[in-house]
Write a protein of this length. Structure first.
Length: 455
């Protein structure tokens, strides 16, 4: 029987948050004033009313509770909630600032309300996600589905749900058109008998007329139809679907960070983070500059041509870690601690990665990003173009970075094998972008610097 309470979970989260917001307000009021008897006699009743109205308006604008069974994940739910909460807090602060009686409200009570609300709401989400995961794995609250088609694509759909029991999808058979009479009637009987919620239709195994019949069948029996195109083998990049009037257009992501939002967010993060490092790190810059000037003759800074986005060459800036006549030995990879070209202070700079600090100038100029694949020498580029041309060509579609996941996991690459290994790590970074991932990689880089594991 098709009775899975559709839409119940978003409503449950919505009302749970409303209750928790009010509960947090009451608890913080009690902790601050220890007397609930006068609550309804002062202006806090009005403040609570405004808080509820603003919350309803905020979650409506941000569609905080718009999710499906497939998109229901703790991180996504918490992210959407915190986004709405930050806007709610900003609006309420503005209300208190503009209100004539704003000074009469307790700032301590205001902050405690949000602190309690975050703790309680996060706990409720974690509990709901964990309970639902265990509940569905136990065999309850499941959706029934069948597949039209018997090719490899049908097998992939089954494998997807078999590996994710927590989604609550149970397989109820396959059906394959064989160009016989009354086939759609046989499929309809199968849907009725097994009371299917979903019917997956593999487009590579059916023709246009059969697709239309399957859709009409779904309309008659109130069964959801999911059409599954087969893009295997030629679309390995991330893709998005745009609608031009009523026509869906699949946009293949041939270059990472191609959307306006991704480009804007990444560039703003790069500019803000680089400016902060340059300002707060000014004493460190001066100390390193002085140490280099005192320890060996020559300039404190060093620049060298590297390959940037789209293979365009640019000059990368670093603190000098080698003697000024190091180029007499020819262009070659570093030999690590035994390299006679490296100065004593240079060894410290390389281990701590402090020699990379001037590259924030490259970031501000727009030639590099804080996080991204490391910029390479031209002969390293030629080597990788021969060893892994397709993968490396994709790596050239983004700006190089001061740090990268490949640099953290592999370190300095002085052989073809290490370069290819580092390349594979960096390709993982290109699959999706988020500021959280960049911050996480920066923290890992700081660990490398503090522990002196750089090269």
């Amino acid at each position: 029987m098709k009775n899975h309470y559709p839409g119940l979970l978003p409503k449950a989260h919505l009302w749970a948050d409303v209750v928790l917001l009010n509960l947090s307000f009451f608890l913080s009021y009690f902790l601050r004033f220890s007397d609930m008897s006068v609550f309804y006699k002062n202006q806090y009743v009005n403040l609570l009313l405004v808080a509820n109205l603003v919350w309803v308006f905020t979650i409506y604008i941000f569609k905080t509770y718009h999710f499906t069974r497939l998109s229901y994940h703790f991180n996504v739910q918490l992210g959407n909630y915190l986004k709405a909460l930050m806007v709610h807090g900003a609006v309420m602060m503005g209300f208190l600032y503009l209100s004539k009686s704003g000074e009469e409200y307790s700032r301590y009570q205001f902050l405690m309300t949000y602190g309690l609300f975050i703790i309680l709401s996060t706990a409720s989400r974690a509990t709901a996600v964990l309970f639902l995961k265990l509940y569905r794995k136990a065999g309850y609250n499941f959706n029934r589905y069948a597949i039209v088609g018997r090719g490899d694509l049908a097998g992939l759909i089954r494998e997807f749900y078999n590996d994710r029991k927590e989604l609550g999808y149970r397989f109820y058979g396959m059906y394959h058109f064989q160009d016989k009479e009354n086939e759609i009637d046989a499929l309809e009987s199968m849907v009725k008998e097994k009371q299917l919620d979903y019917l997956y239709c593999c487009l590579s195994d059916v023709n246009d007329d059969q697709v239309r019949q399957v859709i009409k069948l779904g309309e008659r029996l109130k069964t959801q139809i999911r059409l599954v195109p087969d893009f295997r083998g030629f679309m390995t990049n991330m893709a998005t679907i745009e609608y031009h009037d009523m026509y869906p257009i699949i946009q293949v992501n041939t270059k990472p960070f191609s959307s306006f939002n991704e480009q804007t967010v990444k560039r703003l993060f790069d500019l803000a983070f680089s400016a902060i490092v340059m300002i707060l790190g000014a004493p460190i810059f001066f100390f390193v500059w002085a140490a280099i000037k005192i320890s060996s003759p020559g300039p404190a800074f060093f620049k060298q041509q590297r390959s940037g986005r789209w293979g365009k060459m640019f000059y990368i800036y670093k603190f000098r870690s080698m003697y000024t006549d190091a180029d007499k030995m020819g262009m070659q990879h570093s030999k690590g601690d035994s390299d006679p070209r490296i100065t004593p202070i240079g060894r410290i700079l390389r281990k701590s990665r402090l020699d990379e600090l001037p590259q924030f100038i490259n970031v501000l100029k727009g030639e590099m990003s804080v996080v991204g694949p490391r910029p390479l020498y031209k002969y390293d580029v030629d080597m990788l173009m021969e060893a892994a041309p397709h993968d490396f060509q994709r790596l050239l579609t983004v700006k190089p970075g001061i740090t990268s996941i490949g640099q953290i996991n592999v370190g300095y690459a002085d052989t073809v094998a290490k370069n290819v290994e580092r390349l594979k790590y960096d390709l993982q970074y290109l699959k999706s972008y988020s500021v959280f991932d960049d911050v996480q990689l920066i923290f890992r880089t700081v660990q490398v610097m503090v522990l002196g594991r750089g090269q």
